[in-house]
Each structure stands twice: as C-alpha cells, then as structure tokens.
Design a protein around this ligand. Sequence first.
Ligand code: GUN
Length: 291
Amino acid sequence: MNLIDGNKVAAEIKQEIAEEVKQIIDNGGKQPHLAAILVGHDGGSETYVAYKIKDCEAVGFKSSLIRYEDDVTEEELLAKVEELNNDDDLDGFIVQLPLPKHISEQKVIEAIDPRKDVDGFHPINVGRMVIGLPSFVSATPYGIVELLKRYNIETSGKNCVVLGRSNIVGRPMSVLMSQKAINATVTVAHSRTANLKEVCANADILIVAMGVPEFVTADMVKEGAVVIDVGTTRVKSDKTKSGWKLKGDVLYDEVAPKCSYITPVPGGVGPMTRTSLLLNTLLSAKKEIYK
Ligand code: GUN
C-alpha cells in the first residue's frame, strides 16, 4: 500500500507557484491577487477562508478578505460581486459557501464574471470544462487530477467509480476522468445506485465524495484499487486540542491494506484543494484560460 501524500505534493506545487510569482514580479509584472468574500461566522468557513488567505501569503499573492454579517442582503452581496468583477487589480475571487438561506447561492455564483471565477463554479466554466475548452476547474477535482498525475497513477482504460454527484466534486470529477487526457471508463454512483457494493468493488480507481464518514468499508474495495477519499466531516473528539477531528468517507484502517494507493484524511485531498485555488488564480493572472 502506498500513501498518497497530499501535504507533500501541495508543498511542491506551492514552491513552484512561489517561484513563478517571483519571476513575474522580477519581470515587472503585477502581483497575482485573490479576494474572498466570507458571510457570517460558520466555523468551517472561517477555517477554510483563513487557510486560503494564509496560502496566498505563502506563495507571494496579494489577498483581500471581505467580510459580511449573516444579515447582509442579497442585493448588497451582488453589488460587491459586481464591484470585484470590475476591479482590474483582482485576478480572481471566491464567495465562500454556504451562504445564509435568504441569499440565492446560484444567483451569486452566476453574477461572478467567469474570467474571475477561480472556484470554477460558474455555469460557463462548468460548460467549458465539459466540452474540453480551457476553463477554471473546481478545486477538489483539479487537485485530485494533479495527485493522480504526480503519482504516475495509470488511468487509461481503468474503471473509475465516482461516489457522489455534487456540483463541486462528484460531477466535475466524473467528467474530468472521462476526458481524453485521462481516458478512464467512468461510473457515477450515488445514494440511489443499485448494488452499490458491487459497483464500488469493480473500481480500479474509487473516488469517494459522499460526505458520510467511514461509508466505504473493505468489502466495497477491490484488491489493488486506488482509493481517493474526499470526505472531511468534522466530528467532535475529546482527543484533540480543538475538540474536533476530521473523518474521511473511507474506513481507512480496514480499507488501506487492500489498496495500491490511498489518500489519508487529513493530509490527502484537502491540501490539494487549497493548492488548486492558487493554481487557478495564477492561471487567471497569466490570462491562460481567457486570453
Ligand atoms: N465551501 C466549501 N468548499 C468551497 C469551495 O471550494 N469554494 C467556496 N467558494 N466555498 C466552499
């Protein structure tokens, strides 16, 4: 069993980005700039956004954090999105989800200029990705593809099962895995899939993004499979200082011995998700997606 070390790969990529940023600036270019809008005080969102800002500093990006209380109106938020769309200094920005219930997430996502949508959530970016045009790809699938590449994991002709069909992970992941550069044969499985156990046990590459802690057990995994665990459910723990612990969607101790490669939680996909946002921001700064 080989461990896929997301922390190690993410550190390598961050180093590469930092070197590129230095070159851009040495050549008289503009410092890449990412902004994040954070609404309210959700614990998970606070943590994720703080990491995103910290990552920017680590690679030499400029970053801006724009905060609103929970009672911000949709109108105010949309006006800010419009302002950021027109801010020439800004290469990309994200609106951290989830948003309070009185605000339509879809409306906000669609208000973001696709050229600055470094989350890759706008339907134009999703559509371009599906038909193989240059696009911003959402961070987790992008990070997983990068992990598979950097570990030289054979994907061509392999059976890939993606467990989960969210707009952010499962669905884009399934599209990417079937693209010509990757060439896997893809099955998208979900809560209504019949014979789920058998479907998963047929996978050479099993990508699990259900959000159900320890859902995948050893009997669902083929001997020698590559298992990618996207789950990051925060559960209460009296063993950690913070009082919280991250749990993956895979019952790691039981599944790992059967795998050729597996991602741990934490330290697998999570760090790569963060790195992808930086990669997208750099692509935007270099105008590589939209000329
Ligand atoms: N909430 C959870 N993950 C994400 C993400 O990747 N981007 C944004 N904007 N919100 C999130």
